[in-house]
Every structure is written in structure tokens, then in C-alpha cells.
Design a protein around this ligand. Structure first.
Ligand code: BES
Ligand code: MN
Ligand code: ZN
Length: 497
């Protein structure tokens, strides 16, 4: 999709375009909408008055363009209370306008959203980009009229050149979110560990350093837990290491991100029930978010040193698979008794985190994982649970979460539950043996592998995938959750310091 910034009135509409303008609560028109209303002899206010459109957020009223306007359609977009539209509001407004006309047949969408600041105009562009994401690679028979017709979005704003400049880092972010969404959407027969690694390797084009370790290297390193998870799969496990050096001092300690990349989670020998098992193609959502973040940092040339480590495996039942009761030796040296082979994410993370700490000595380490069904029960699909051993990191995450509307809820690392992970046969077992506080005990398991660095764990099992209907900027399906959040965390708290 092409995005263009223009001064108000620079283009007088065109036959195959839709013009979108805001309206506020109680059916009051914005200045931009009033101008259109004037040109069309009051047709817009009449249409609005005879409809249920009230100007509330996310509401739209899509009309055939009245005589007097050089356009095919006009869309009134609800903006809520006048003057209360923040950056996120502009994104959402633009996204709603896009959805109202995306399959109407128009090829251009003109956004006349009023006197937008450069940043807001750029945000409108991001909103449309995020809204227009769809994963249709495997749909060979979709009827043409179901496909989006809009190919160009024109945004009027006070300073088009400045808006275009402000859009550059946001365009990088949008590309990164799409990259992460694609990874999560791909089925596991296409996106297995080596294919995931190949896609990550291709990010070298952006200036990232990418290393891929295979099973031989991981054996050498002693990553028995991570390798144990993958040993029932015919696909080779991979560890992807991505490095971005953007800080003034390329040797300064990086901030590190570790992602769970279980390309498919059958549960292994502790096999999952059939119903809904197809969703387990998304069990690499943590790795996808980290890869997306690294894409964003490189794409906008962030002034920070960051590393991303992805543990890429497939969890399958097989003659060679790990069994309940097996004892694995992690890279840290701690032995782990596997009580349930479906609690595999923590086995992947414990080695990936250890490797990351040993090699990079990061200033802070964050892991992202679709780790537990328990967090979905607790928080649903709109909030991710997070855990942290560091108050500054925790409050920075909370602030970033609010700024980007990727919602987080802090969960407790409740120390007394930790002893439930003690094993009779090994140093630790991978589950407690009951479901109580399942997301908490999973976090406590991971904490046993965290040295004394500032650490946060994000359980994104609920938020990586959105059931229909989705929201304006997050269509149903893969959300890319985490990319925006972490990109903001870095921009606001780690960049240039
Ligand atoms: N990948 C799942 C968690 C999950 C559940 C992700 C729902 C996305 C949606 C994880 O590997 C898992 O199977 N967890 C088990 C842990 C249990 C065996 C202690 C769970 O949550 O049931
Ligand atoms: Mn599992
Ligand atoms: Zn899993």
C-alpha cells in the first residue's frame, strides 16, 4: 500500500476515492467534515441526522459521495469527545476509516483528519498499515470482491514533508509488526525451526548480525533441556542469535530479549487433546515478537545495543521423544526432571536464557513466551501477564504498555511456591504437579535460571493470537503483540543512555 502526505486542498479528490473526515460525539462535525458538508449542500449532516451514527469512537458512516464532491464515497469517522484524540486515537480513527471502505471498490482513501501534527499524521499512516494486514498467502480461491480494493492512502496534514519524516520510524515499526504477524500465521509445515531461522537470517539485510546454531553446536554447549524438547521431531532444532549494535559504544552491555519459538506444540508424549491443537502453530509467538523487535530496531536504526535469542524447536511425540520422568541437564548445570512433556516452553527458555546471560552479560534480560494456558484463564486475550525481579524494569514496562496499548498486568513471583518445583530425583522438576497458579510457577521455574540481572518474563499465551472480530489496528489472527511494546520500552528508557 502506498502512503502519501499532502497539504490540505492539494488534491481535489478523484473519482475512485473515498474521503474520510471525523465527527465527534452527539453528531457534531469536525471542521474538515463541515467543509465537505458545505460543498455538498448539507448532505452529510442530513445523512448523519437520519442515521444512528453518533460520532463515538470506532463508529463509521460510509456514504455514496453527494453531488459536489470529487469522490466516490465519503466516510464519517467517530472521534468521541472533541479534542480528546491522542496519538493512539488517531491511529485507531484512521484504521476504522480504512475498514469502512477497504472492500468498497475505491482505490484511494483520503484522510482529512484536521490539523494533524506531524507525529499524528504519521500515526494515522501507521494505523492504516496495521489495519491493512492480512495473511492471504494460501487463499487461492478468494473472490475478487472480498479482497481489499484500497491501494493508496493520502493523508492531509499541515507539513507533509515533516509528516513523511515522522513516519519513517513508524513505517519500520509497521513492517516489523507485519513480519512478526506473518511468522505467527504461517503453518508449522512451512515454518519449522530451520525455516524460521532462514527468515531471521534474511534480516541481515537491515544491518543485524545473525548467527544460527544447530544441534551440534547446542550439544557442544550442553543445552540438554532445549535439545530434549526437539529430540522427538524430525526437524532440527535451532538457536537464532540476533545482534543490533546501534549505541555510540558498540561494546556497551546490551539489553537482551529471549523468545520461546516452539514452531508446533503437540505436547509431546504428554500429548494435548485434539480440539484446538491447530492453534499450537502460534507457540512461537514469543520468538516472533523478539524477531519483530529486532527488525524494528534495525529498521529505524535505534541508538541502542540489543540482542535477541530465539529457541526454535518442534515438540512432537515420537520413539525418540523425551518421556515423563526423564532427567535432562541444562546448560546451567542444573538437572531437570520432566514431569510433563507439554511444559516444554520453560525447557527451551532455561537454556536460551542461560546462553544469553553467559555470552552477552546483558544490562537487562526479558523473555517472551506463549508459556501457559493458565495466563489465558487469568487474563484472557487482551492482557499479557508479566513478572519481574526489578522495580525499574517493571515500571518502565508498564509505561511502555500504556503508551502503545499493548496491555500488561503484573503477576507475582511468589517465593513460597518455588519449593513446589523441587524434585526428588533432580534439582528441579518442570511442573509442580497441579494446576494451581500455573503461570506463576512457570515464571518461578524460569527464575531459577536467571542470574542476578534485571529480568522480566512476559507470558503472551493469550495475546499472541486474537479470535474474531479483532480491533481496528489488530485484525483477527496474529497480533504481533510485544513488538510495539518492546520497541517503545527501548525508545523511552534505553536508547541513547
Ligand atoms: N504452549 C502451551 C501454552 C499455551 C496454551 C499457549 C494456550 C497458547 C495458548 C504450553 O507449552 C503448555 O502446553 N502449557 C501447559 C503447561 C502445563 C503442562 C503445566 C498448559 O498451560 O496447559
Ligand atoms: Mn506445551
Ligand atoms: Zn508450548
Amino acid at each position: 500500500m502506498e502512503i502519501e502526505f499532502v497539504s490540505p486542498g492539494a488534491v481535489e479528490g478523484e473519482p475512485l476515492s473515498a474521503i474520510a473526515a471525523p465527527a465527534f460525539e452527539n453528531q457534531t462535525l469536525s471542521a474538515a467534515a463541515e467543509a465537505l458538508d458545505g460543498l455538498s449542500g448539507g448532505a452529510l449532516s442530513r445523512a448523519m441526522g437520519s442515521s444512528r451514527f453518533a460520532g463515538e469512537k470506532d463508529q463509521t458512516l460510509d456514504l455514496v459521495a453527494p453531488a459536489g464532491l470529487h469522490a466516490a464515497r465519503v466516510v464519517l469517522v467517530g472521534a468521541g469527545a472533541r479534542g480528546k484524540l491522542g496519538d493512539l486515537g488517531v491511529e485507531r480513527l484512521a484504521a476504522s476509516a480504512y475498514h469502512a471502505v477497504k472492500t468498497s471498490g475505491v482505490s484511494t482513501l483520503e484522510l482529512r483528519l484536521g490539523d494533524l501534527s506531524d507525529e499524528q499524521a504519521a500515526r494515522a499512516a501507521l494505523g492504516v498499515r496495521l489495519a491493512a494486514y492480512r495473511f492471504d498467502r494460501y487463499r487461492t480461491k478468494e473472490r475478487p470482491e472480498k479482497k481489499p480494493s484500497v491501494v493508496k492512502v493520502r493523508i492531509s496534514c499541515t507539513d507533509p514533508a515533516a509528516a513523511a519524516a515522522a513516519f519513517e520510524p513508524l513505517a519500520a515499526l509497521g513492517d516489523a509488526v507485519s513480519f512478526a504477524r506473518d511468522l505467527v500465521s504461517e503453518p508449522a509445515n512451512v515454518l519449522y525451526p530451520q525455516e524460521f531461522a532462514r527468515r531471521v537470517k534474511s534480516l541481515e539485510e537491515l544491518g543485524l548480525e545473525v548467527e544460527i546454531l544447530g544441534e551440534a553446536e547446542m550439544t557442544e554447549l550442553g543445552m540438554g533441556c532445549m535439545l530434549g524438547v526437539g529430540q522427538g521431531s524430525i526437524r532440527e532444532s535451532q538457536l537464532a542469535v540476533m545482534v543490533w549494535r546501534g549505541a555510540a559504544d558498540p561494546k556497551a552491555a546490551p539489553i537482551a530479549f529471549v523468545g520461546k519459538g516452539v514452531c508446533f506444540d503437540t505436547g509431546g508424549i504428554s500429548i494435548k487433546p485434539a480440539g484446538g491443537m491447530e492453534d499450537m502453530k502460534t507457540d512461537m509467538g514469543g520468538a516472533a515478537a523478539v524477531a519483530g523487535l529486532m527488525h524494528a530496531l534495525a529498521g529505524r536504526k535505534a541508538k541502542v545495543n540489543a540482542v535477541g535469542v530465539l529457541g526454535l524447536v518442534e515438540n512432537m511425540p515420537d520413539g525418540n521423544a523425551i518421556r515423563p520422568g526423564d532427567i535432562l541437564t541444562s546448560m546451567s548445570g542444573q538437572t531437570v526432571e520432566v514431569i510433563n512433556t507439554d511444559a516444554e516452553g520453560r525447557l527451551v527458555l532455561c537454556d536460551a536464557i542461560w546462553y544469553c546471560q553467559e555470552r552477552f552479560k546483558p544490562r537487562a534480560i526479558l523473555d517472551l513466551a506463549t508459556l501457559t494456558g493458565a495466563i489465558v484463564v487469568a487474563l484472557g486475550d487482551e492482557l499479557a501477564g508479566y513478572y519481574s525481579n526489578d522495580e525499574t524494569l517493571a515500571s518502565n514496562l508498564a509505561a511502555a504498555s500504556t503508551s502503545e496499548d499493548e496491555l500488561l498486568w503484573r503477576m507475582p513471583l511468589h517465593k513460597p511456591y518455588d519449593k513446589k518445583l523441587d524434585s526428588l530425583a533432580a534439582d528441579v522438576k518442570n511442573i509442580t504437579g497441579n494446576r494451581e497458579a500455573g503461570s506463576v510457577t512457570a515464571a518461578l521455574f524460569i527464575q531459577r535460571f536467571v542470574t542476578n540481572s534485571a529480568w522480566a518474563h512476559l507470558d503472551i499465551a493469550g495475546t499472541a493470537w486474537k479470535a474474531p472480530p479483532g480491533s481496528p489496528t489488530i485484525p483477527e489472527g496474529a497480533t504481533g503483540f510485544g513488538v510495539r511494546l518492546l520497541n517503545r520500552l527501548i525508545a523511552d528508557h534505553y536508547e541513547g543512555r
